[in-house]
Design a protein around this ligand. Sequence first.
Ligand code: ADP
Ligand code: MG
Length: 245
Amino acid sequence: MAVLVLEAKGIKKRFGGVVALSDGNLRCYQGRITGLLGANGSGKSTISKIITGVYSADEGEIIYNGKSVKYRNPSEARKDGISMVFQNLSLVPDLTVWQNIVLGAEQKNGIFLDNIHAKELSKKILSQLLPDLDINKKISELNPGEMQIVEIAKAISEDPKLLILDEPTAALEQAQVKSLFISMKSLAQKGVAMIFTSHRLWEVMEICDDVTIFRNGENVANIDFAEDERDPERIVSYITGETQK
Ligand code: ADP
Ligand code: MG
């Protein structure tokens, strides 16, 4: 049996008159990659941001490792082992690749590494993701795909137990996506739970162990590929709400 790491139950969230979530539910498990699917505006980023304390929920509960949690900001979530790669990048453009990567670990632990160890750590994390990247380059010199990889490396440096990746592949080239998937698989093998959001269904079909589908702020389906076949048409019908003929 898979070990439940996090459960979000009955999450509701409004932004003024907009109902972003009416019934947000999500579960993720140790060593498993959960795909979070849904059309634009269906509430995927909102539930992820509620989990990590960017927003607070109007109603509902988040249970992490069996305890009810309510983080006030992402730094609190990070200290508890939940890291998130946001759709908008958070890198410091004037710092180098290695300085940005270790910033994650340093912020989490409150301990500053000396330059030699910091460079070693960032090289080690990048060795799977993008081994050829020059860690002494400034972020402002990188292309969008490289920046995204550094953002992911920064989250990995925080040594999370749950890693939320909100559309991490949008800016990536095909080869970079492959490297990311290899890294995600090895994190899963170490027991890290992951939530993976992508617009590209084939990516989700390839990498995820189960999927959670949102439509109009509501969790409409959960499919575990250990039990159900990987049927893209069925998933699309849940996303759009249109039944197949
Ligand atoms: P997704 O990530 O699935 O594309 P979001 O969670 O970003 O969807 O958005 C869900 C809904 O909530 C959308 O209608 C969006 O416009 C709205 N929304 C999200 N964040 C905010 C915000 N900070 N202020 C106002 N409306 C928001
Ligand atoms: Mg989003």
